[in-house]
Structure formats: C-alpha cells, structure tokens
Ligand binder design. Sequence first.
Ligand code: PLP
Length: 421
Amino acid sequence: MLPAEELPKRWYNILPDLPEPLPPPLGDKQLQTLPQLLIGECLKQEFSPDRWIDIPKEIQQLFYQAGRPRPLFRAFNLEKALGTPARMYYKAEFYSPTGSHKVNTALAQVFYAKAQGFERLTTETGAGQWGTALSYAASLVGLKCTVYWVRAVYKWKADRRNLMELFGAEVFASPSPKTKAGKALFDKNPDHNGSLAIAISEGLEDALNDNKAIYSLGSVLNHVLMHQTVIGLETQKQFEMVGDYPDIVTSCLGGGSNFGGFAIPFIGDVLTKGKKIRFIAAQSQSAPNLQGEYKYDYADHAELTPQLKMCTLGHQTEFPPIWGDGLRYHGCSPIISLLRNKGYIDTVAYPSDEKHVFERAKLFLRAEGFLPAPESAYSVACAIDEAIKCREKKEEKVIAFNISGHGFLDMEGYRSVLGLK
Ligand SMILES: Cc1ncc(COP(=O)(O)O)c(C=O)c1O
C-alpha cells in the first residue's frame, strides 16, 4: 500500500525520452479539425515536449475519490500454486469504482472539458469499461455523456449498460442510425457487430455536429497514455518500498492505454537509466495489432482522424468478436508502436477461443481471490506463462503485471468459455 500522500503529483510524458522523435500525425483536413476533435488541454499535452506535467489539485482530489493510490500485491499464493521461483507482483487496478484503469484518464479529461465550458462528452467503448468510466467521471463533474458501444458487446453486457445509464449517460449500440458513419453500415446490416474504429467515427461525428459537445478517447493517444502513467509511477514507488525491481513487465494491450500506463515509467528507466527489463504486451490472435505493419493509418473507420504512424492491421478490417473485446482494435498507440518497432517491446497473442486465458484467470482467482476482467485475463495468462518458464529454467525472475479491471460484470464470457452452468 502506498500512503495517500505518495499519490503521484505529476504525469510522466515519455515523448522527450523516446529513442527518436515520434512521427507527427498527417492529413491536412483532419489536422485542421483537431481543435474541434480534442479537448484543448489534452491537445496541448498530446504534443508537449515537457517530461513531467503537473496533475492539477482538482484531478488529484478526484483520484483520491476513485481510490488511488492502488495496492501492489506479491502473489504469494499463486507462486506457491505454480511452484515457481519467480517473484510475482500484481498491481490492483481492479479496485476501481467502475471496474478498470480507464477512470484515470476519464477523470482528467472531464475536468479539462468542464473547464473549457463543454456540456457534453461523446465517446466510443468496446468492453464497456471505458464507456462506464467516462459516464462515471462526467456525472461527478456534472457533464452529459453519450456512448457509442460496439454492438457485439452491447448485446451481452446489459448490466454494464444499466450502470452507464444510472450514471446518466445515453448509450447506443454501434453502428447506430444516429450518425452518417453509423447509418451507412447499419442500413446494410442492422445486426452489424461493430468495431471500435466505427464507434470512434460515430462519437467524433456526433461531437463535430454540436458545439457544446467534445469527443473523448479512452486509449491510443499520447495524452491518454500519459494520464495512465499514474499506474506505473505508483508501482515504481511500491517496488522501491519493498526493495525489489522487475525483470519482466507485462499487461494486456488493445489500443495501448493499459499497457502504456503501467509500462511507460519503467520503459523510461530503460531509456534513461540503463535498466534492463523485458516488456511483453499480451494480445488476442483475433486482433494482434502489434504484429501489424508499422505505417500511417487512420484511428477510425470513417477517416475523420488524422493518420497516425502505428502498428496496424487496417482501419476497415473486420475482426471476429471475442469476450475480451477491449483488445479488438486495429491499431496500437503511436508511442508503443515506435517502441515495438525499435525492439523494446515483445508481444504474445493468445488464441481467439480464449480458453487458455480464462483458465489462467481461474487459477488466479483461486489463488489470489479476485476475478480479472476478460481483457485482464490476458495479463494474468502472460504472467503465469512466464512464471512457469522460470520454474522450468529454475530462474528467480521478478514478474510485474497489471490487472486492469475486474470481471464481475463479465460472467457471461466466463460462463461460455469455461462451460459453467
Ligand atoms: C479491463 C480492460 N483492460 C484493458 C483494456 C485495454 O486497454 P487499451 O485498449 O487502452 O489497451 C481494456 C479496454 O477496453 C479493458 O476494458
């Protein structure tokens, strides 16, 4: 446990420490609309050359209210169950009012949106975790919130939809007939599964048509990853407190906010302090974007965003839905993509039937007592797989992993994959 006064007071911006400058976004028309697409302060942060950015007092207060700092646990029971000499530590982001790490940037973004005078936020969501986080944050500061939710997931997570609605948000299955981008696809197939890229287009279009509204993105962009660095910064202090340090840092990755938030402060140690750490991003074979080509691509389906240089599988590619649907996105954050391209980050992609990852999550539940979100099950699987390798090679490595969310509203996924009645 970190004492409350150890809550980070500054975010870490890795841009000045990257091995080479981040390629800029491209697209004349889209770049001109950027000030209408992003909250002003977030847009400034997106390109800031400053290594450290102060967290305003009001946002620190919101972080306290959301239960930060969060604990880092040594997984003694799990180590014993696996018979591994590895020391396993997990960060407990699942202690979140809405169930995941997504609240960290949601609270920052609503604070800045409110200060700029906006009345409504629009957004996309895949797993539903980001939509719930933004609905919660918006309600705390008195803003309205509209969520476009990938239909494949909207259909099976009624409880999460109700939670967003209880916070006061309006929630639409995407593609929806509400926007031009959605309607074009909805008219062809009203049962279209949807994708994060389509839902992003819908959220952007909605905000562009209402000058009281602004769009808010839950992943991918530099400022989102920077807001999430509170996770890794706390974890660094916690490792210092126990006199240990990780050899392996792993977590799941869709667009990159979870993996980035946890790993980036440690990547900073590697880039600026000569530390040696192996970073592993855990993904699904249904959308292994880190194995995609490193090139310029759009972040959304309707090409409303500038093109970003990233590892991508193609912004209009259709991917089969999975239970851990928060990991089903075509592209990866430009920062993580650059680091991947330079060889700093490994990746593993687990089979789309999700049996392996859910079995690993069950093992974790029985040893440590907490049910990971389907996406977080990928982090757990990767950490356990590495700990088993340590057992086989008799290596005493230190493995750090982040459990980005809880799975209490995701039982349908566990029921289906693990054959529960
Ligand atoms: C619980 C949870 N963990 C991790 C992720 C992945 O986050 P990101 O897409 O920012 O990599 C998600 C995305 O929805 C999520 O819901």
